[in-house]
Design a protein around this ligand. Structure first.
Ligand SMILES: [Zn+2]
Length: 504
């Protein structure tokens, strides 16, 4: 997602706020119910969040969600919470629907119960135990922000509305999908026979509201052993290069091994690395080989500006001399010549572009994988409107062809590019802006575009509404994921007010 809030373009502004009308404040009943929710359930919401994060609901490639025992146990816990709160519950396998009220007219709240992988070694406490003490005010756990905090919040927003016995003209439905981070296929299938609500908000991105999402893309190439230069006898060369964790995380770790290294090379790399902000390096000698560990800052790959990419930075730190195109040396050369330390694809042929509303395309190497036949470099792309997939694919392939002609042949070239998404019809936007403005004091909020993709695009009239504040670092997918108690309660008030307004 883009970090800096971009003002809506004229096109989107015209959808959002017709004639730039002054924002009407939310109704008294919406505000009262919201305040009641926050004062009554401030403790319960944290306890429910603690229950939800205790299940490691990461996808298991070998076991589909509806057969995965941890996912099933998570759904049981969700069911118990729903029933305790007096909400109805329906398990459709990959998708759970928790409801309040009756009626064919419905308001949908879209969330997901699965999480991204996590490296427990990077956490002070288990990422699956809600850590309420290590950093006062912060609730740390995998899923705290993405997306179990929002599930807990929605449950208590619905509970508060139920407590107040507000007359609703629409049924409220909370959707919890179990494969958002891994596989949207089962949700697409489900929605072929299940009629979704007419109006939807997705709690999986940021405020004030998200009406556009960049398209996800992957460029993966393997620098093959076959075709790479042989290790130069007695000369320094890059013998190993690796890093990264998963495709949608800006890598925090990277490593390299320089064979036949010299103290001069170490000094030069140290000096170059020291000029990079946010990077930490450690060096160790193994005989004449120099091992280098690089540590950056992980982030959601849709917001590379929130992190410091250890892979790009390490490659750059190594650019103190030319390296022979051994397999690992070829990877370093490829990264430095085609990606560099920028995050917008500036060095990759002509692919870079930007859109005035959706922002620039971002382009970040995320995983360097050691394979039998070579080393694979995966680059994560988030692209705005402005180019067709065909044009961009052509430009990527042209850049790769030019590099190969100059350097060495690549294997297993994969270019997968999906389209950006723009919500053209979202009648609930004025309500969202009104509630957001009232509870945050921010005047004239306007919809934004983000780099992340959410299930908004599968539901009619859906836009994202939180859970992250604009301009704040989004911690989902990172190794320092949290939601503050303050934000959780602010979200509870805003979600309650919005649901009252949309369902009354
Ligand atoms: Zn999410």
């Amino acid at each position: 997602m883009i970090r800096k809030t971009l003002l809506a373009s004229l096109l989107l502004a015209s959808i959002a706020l017709p004639a730039a009308a002054a924002i009407t404040p939310p109704s008294e009943v919406a505000v009262k119910t919201a305040k009641y929710a926050a004062s009554t359930y401030r403790k319960d919401i944290v306890d429910t969040l603690a229950k939800l994060v205790s299940y490691n609901t990461v996808a298991d490639k070998a076991v589909p969600s509806d057969k995965n025992p941890v996912h099933i146990a998570f759904k049981e816990a969700l069911k118990a919470e729903a029933q305790r709160l007096g909400l109805d519950y329906a398990d459709h396998g990959w998708t759970v629907v928790i409801g309040l009220g009756q009626g064919s007219e419905r308001v949908g709240v879209i969330t997901h119960g699965d999480v991204q992988p996590v490296d427990p070694g990077k956490w002070k406490k288990s990422p699956f135990v809600l850590d309420r003490t290590s950093e006062p005010g912060k609730l740390l756990a995998r899923g705290a922000e993405d997306d179990k905090g929002p599930i807990a919040t929605a449950l208590y927003a619905m509970k508060a509305i139920r407590d107040k016995a507000l007359p609703l003209s629409k049924r409220i439905e909370l959707y919890v999908y179990m494969g958002e981070e891994s596989d949207w296929g089962p949700l697409v299938e489900f929605l072929k026979t299940h009629q979704p609500p007419q109006v939807n908000i997705t709690l999986d991105a940021e405020y004030p509201a998200v009406t556009a999402e960049k398209g996800y893309g992957t460029v993966a190439v393997t620098v093959p052993k076959a075709g790479a230069a042989p290790a130069p006898e007695g000369q320094p060369y890059v013998a190993q290069f690796g890093g990264g964790f998963f495709g949608s995380q800006i890598p925090e770790d990277a490593n390299a091994l320089i064979a036949n290294a010299t103290p001069e090379i170490e000094r030069a790399i140290r000096a170059r690395g020291a000029t990079q902000q946010g990077m930490q390096y450690s060096f160790s000698w193994q005989g004449s080989n120099l091992a280098i560990k690089a540590k950056g800052v992980s982030a959601h790959s849709s917001k590379p500006e929130d992190g410091v990419n250890a892979v790009s930075m390490l490659a750059d730190a190594l650019a103190v001399r030319p390296w022979a195109a051994t397999t690992a040396g070829g990877v370093v050369n490829f990264l430095n010549e085609m990606v560099g330390t920028g995050i917008y694809g500036e060095k990759f042929g002509n692919i870079a572009y930007r859109d005035s509303f959706m922002g620039p395309m971002t382009f970040a190497p995320t995983v360097i994988k050691q394979r039998e036949d070579g080393i694979e470099v995966s680059i994560n792309m988030r692209r705005p409107q402005g180019k067709t997939g065909e044009q961009l694919t052509g430009e990527v392939n042209a850049a790769l062809a030019a590099w190969q002609a100059r350097r060495l042949p690549l294997a297993d070239v994969t270019v997968r590019i999906s389209d950006p998404w723009l919500q053209k019809s979202a009648p609930q936007l004025p309500t969202l802006m009104s509630v957001f403005s009232y509870f945050t004091g921010m005047r004239n909020p306007a919809p934004v575009a983000v780099g992340g993709g959410t299930n908004s695009r599968l539901f009619p009239g859906a836009v994202s509404f939180g859970p992250a504040m604009p301009g704040k670092v989004y911690t989902g997918h990172s190794e320092h994921e949290f939601i503050t108690e303050k934000q959780l309660l602010l979200n509870l008030q805003m979600y309650t007010a919005v649901l009252v307004e949309l369902a009354k």
